[in-house]
Design a protein around this ligand. Structure first.
Ligand SMILES: Cc1cc2nc3c(=O)[nH]c(=O)nc-3n(C[C@H](O)[C@H](O)[C@H](O)COP(=O)(O)O)c2cc1C
Length: 216
């Protein structure tokens, strides 16, 4: 590992962090993956409970189970997406669908898959607890994505393999009290990081009351 693989300026990492789905099969150093997770752990959690768990998946059999779950969900969701993209002539969506298809076809070749989980005191959380549960894991996931970007690793936040929490738990050997929340396939990118396209800030910010948009 280089002396400091995370020296990229924060704004550059934020402006260029994006879903990189086409990955090389080349291995990623365990030390680098652990460093990413260590940086992820700097994130906040509700009541500072730090009730997170990260499963680093490298075993081919476990990857195959996640790949199968991913494909099952993608076969349904991707079919709908494809039809809508065709109907609307949406070229951006067609490009995303191609990338997601590539990821589904090559899932087993991804060198490392990190699954971010949260410990809950009940196997199923009602809406009142859902904000706190997911809110206590996603900040760490974003930290991990930014750290991966800084280190020039490719990564994407995906949830399709989690369409059945129970099956995902079984694949990962998780007890019912630990909910898998996000899957992050990691590897060296086949392509390059490009700029992301996002809505302009003035379009999503209201002043004082919803809908008052002087910054638009
Ligand atoms: C909650 C959540 C779930 C997502 N699930 C998936 C997924 O299952 N598969 C996938 O390929 N991308 C998934 N994504 C990635 C989004 O499609 C991606 O962030 C979005 O298209 C923007 O892409 P960009 O950062 O490359 O511009 C998910 C993102 C979020 C925030």
């Amino acid at each position: 590992m280089a002396d400091n693989p995370f020296s990229m300026p924060l704004d550059e990492a934020m402006m260029t962090q994006r879903a990189i789905r086409r990955l090389l099969p080349d291995p990623v150093d365990d030390a680098l993956v652990l460093k990413l997770i260590e940086l992820a752990l700097r994130a906040p959690t509700g009541s500072n409970a730090q009730n997170w768990e990260f499963i680093v998946v490298k075993d081919a059999a476990v990857k195959a189970k996640l790949a199968k779950l991913n494909r099952q969900a993608w076969n349904v969701y991707g079919g709908i997406g494809r039809r809508l993209a065709e109907r609307d002539g949406d070229e951006t969506m067609k490009r995303i669908i191609k990338a997601v298809q590539w990821q589904a076809d090559h899932f087993e070749e991804v060198p490392v898959i990190v699954v971010a989980c949260i410990k809950t005191f009940i196997p199923w959380f009602p809406p009142i607890a859902a904000t706190s549960a997911y809110g206590s894991i996603y900040p760490s996931v974003q930290n991990l994505l930014l750290a991966a970007r800084a280190a020039n690793l490719g990564a994407a936040l995906i949830t399709l393999p989690l369409w059945s929490r129970f099956r995902a738990q079984r694949a990962l050997g998780l007890p019912l009290s630990i909910a898998p929340c996000a899957v992050i396939p990691l590897g060296w990118p086949k392509g390059k990081y490009g700029p992301t396209t996002r809505r302009p800030v003035g379009e999503v910010v209201s002043l004082d009351r919803y809908g008052h948009r002087p910054f638009a």
